[in-house]
Ligand binder design. Structure first.
Ligand SMILES: [Fe+2]
Length: 204
């Protein structure tokens, strides 16, 4: 179940309907999909996509998403740190970032044009659609594990464009989930990659 926090206001929401209502004015979609008993979260990507086909196809029709895949990272994923470093700095994309969590946890920070920065911690059963151009960044939780369905309008265009003077260093990623897992440790330094310089990423 997702948890939304607004650090600068000391505010916390954990009711899915309240979270969806909070996100809607920012154009962000949040949904809960039934995950329990649906499919083994460690099943093959094909089996996972087949299990969630009704919801995935609904989103594809509504949003023009042409492809879907299943990404996975674990603590022993080769190159994990370098991969995460691409996404834990404030950035935007030229297309929507659509993620449905099959297993594990992670935290999106969103910096809307109007309104305070907020964090959305997600776990299995949570779907988020962050519209193109929305400033955001992503961190794993302490278990450093997440498996998620991704939808793409054009995967080639899914590159992080780093925000000048991003504020990600001001917000420590904290996961409030069942185990109260700590975030990924001390906030990283201010070194941000140059805008648009990274190759198309494969995860998260
Ligand atoms: Fe992103």
């Amino acid at each position: 179940m997702a948890i939304l926090t607004v650090p600068d206001q000391g505010r916390r929401l954990d009711d899915p309907r309240e979270i969806a209502a909070y996100l809607k004015p920012y154009g962000i979609t949040y949904e809960r999909w039934t995950a329990d008993g649906r499919v083994d979260p460690d099943a093959s990507p094909e089996a996972v996509l087949a299990a969630y086909a009704p919801e995935v196809e609904r989103l594809q029709r509504a949003g023009g998403y042409r492809t879907a895949d299943v990404m996975q990272v674990r603590p022993d994923t080769p190159g994990l740190e370098a991969m995460l470093a691409k996404f834990n700095k404030e950035h935007t994309h030229s297309e929507d970032e659509v993620r449905f969590v099959v297993k594990g946890r992670g935290v999106f920070h969103i910096r809307p044009e109007t309104g305070p920065v907020f964090a959305l911690e997600m776990d299995a059963g949570d779907l988020i659609n962050v519209p193109a151009g929305t400033r955001h960044w992503f961190d794993l939780c302490g278990d450093r594990t997440i498996r998620a369905i991704r939808l793409f309008q054009d995967a080639v265009g899914w590159t992080p464009y780093y925000v000048k003077d991003g504020v990600h260093d001001r917000y420590t990623p904290v996961c409030w989930g069942p185990a109260f897992l700590p975030g990924v440790g001390p906030r990283r330094g201010p070194q941000a990659a140059p805008p648009g310089s990274s190759p198309p990423p494969t995860a998260p």
